[in-house]
Ligand binder design. Structure first.
Ligand SMILES: C[S@@+](CC[C@H](N)C(=O)[O-])C[C@H]1O[C@@H](n2cnc3c(N)ncnc32)[C@H](O)[C@@H]1O
Length: 284
């Protein structure tokens, strides 16, 4: 992301969840708070910049990953997970929306300092009451040590079973930053903790393979000042690479798997991004 700037894509993805919640005939995810969380002037700016061929598939991907994550988290909560760490939380509304799960979880929102500050100001403007078990921890993954900050500045318990989500972040980091963050997660998470994330197979950026969709979205992200740094994984090697970092791969959903699971009955244009994968892994 661009230095000294609130993440544009965090506002866009919240707008996408709001748009889907208000307009979708087949609702994959119900983020009934996202509309209010995105300030009116930001919504207007986004509406002027929408390109349907990019916006609709990206929206399908954003709501599917949110659904995948919260379904997986619900299962983990039934099995006793006590902490939920949202990495690159952006305008995530989980802590305000899921009071059912908040009864048993401590939630830690980790995000770039400027984006988190923007969110905190917006929450204050809205007058939403902040749950006691919600903690905000500013971390720039490119400069700071996640483990140190999480342990130092909060009531995070490294011994407790935790659930980590890392959505819409990996491609905004370099490959090295992705691996460093992954390493921090495994250092700080107890055995049996879960990580859910989405990623682009880095082979998709190979010039001989570049699809129109990936090319257009990459250009678009440059235009809205949040270029991809294209960190990610290679899907066929994911199990091996995660194992090397101390994680067991549980599930690796391809774009087609995602379509089949969440997007039946969607029109062609609403179909998801043909290059986004979701994965779930457990810390050894
Ligand atoms: C596409 S948004 C996704 C937000 C949210 N996870 C979602 O699904 O709506 C990318 C998020 O990654 C965060 N991010 C990007 N680079 C970061 C960095 N270097 N350190 C911390 N957070 C970063 C941004 O602040 C933003 O909240």
């Amino acid at each position: 992301m661009i230095e000294n700037q609130v993440s544009n894509t965090a506002l866009w993805t919240a707008y996408m969840r709001a748009y889907h919640t208000r307009h979708a005939a087949n609702k994959v995810f119900d983020d009934f708070l996202a509309y209010d969380l995105v300030p009116g002037d930001v919504r207007e700016r986004i509406e002027q910049q929408i390109i349907p061929d990019i916006f609709l598939p990206a929206t399908s991907s954003v709501v599917s990953r949110a659904r995948y994550t919260e379904d997986t988290l619900e299962k983990a909560a039934r099995q006793g997970v006590k902490q939920y760490v949202i990495l690159g939380a952006g305008m995530d509304t989980f802590a305000f929306r899921r009071q059912d799960l908040m009864k048993q979880l401590k939630v830690f929102e980790i995000d770039h300092p400027l984006t988190q500050e923007f969110k905190l100001l917006r929450l204050a403007d809205l007058g939403w009451e902040r749950p006691e078990n919600l903690h905000f921890i500013p971390v720039d993954f490119t400069k700071e040590n996640l483990e140190a900050k999480l342990i130092r500045s909060s009531s995070y318990d490294p011994e407790a079973r935790s659930f980590f989500s890392w959505l819409g972040v990996t491609s905004y980091l370099t490959q090295e930053e992705v691996l460093t963050t992954l390493h921090s997660i495994t250092n700080i998470a107890s055995s049996g903790s879960t990580l859910v994330f989405d990623y682009i197979d880095i082979n998709e950026f190979n010039v001989n393979r570049l699809s129109k969709q990936i090319q257009e979205s990459t250009e678009y992200l440059e235009k809205i000042d949040e270029p991809r740094k294209t960190g990610g994984f290679v899907s066929s090697r994911l199990a091996e690479d995660l194992a090397g970092s101390g994680l067991n791969l549980v599930e690796n959903l391809s774009p087609l798997d995602i379509e089949r699971r969440y997007l039946k009955g969607f029109t062609d244009k609403q179909h998801t991004l043909g290059y986004m994968n979701f994965a779930c892994a457990v810390i050894k």
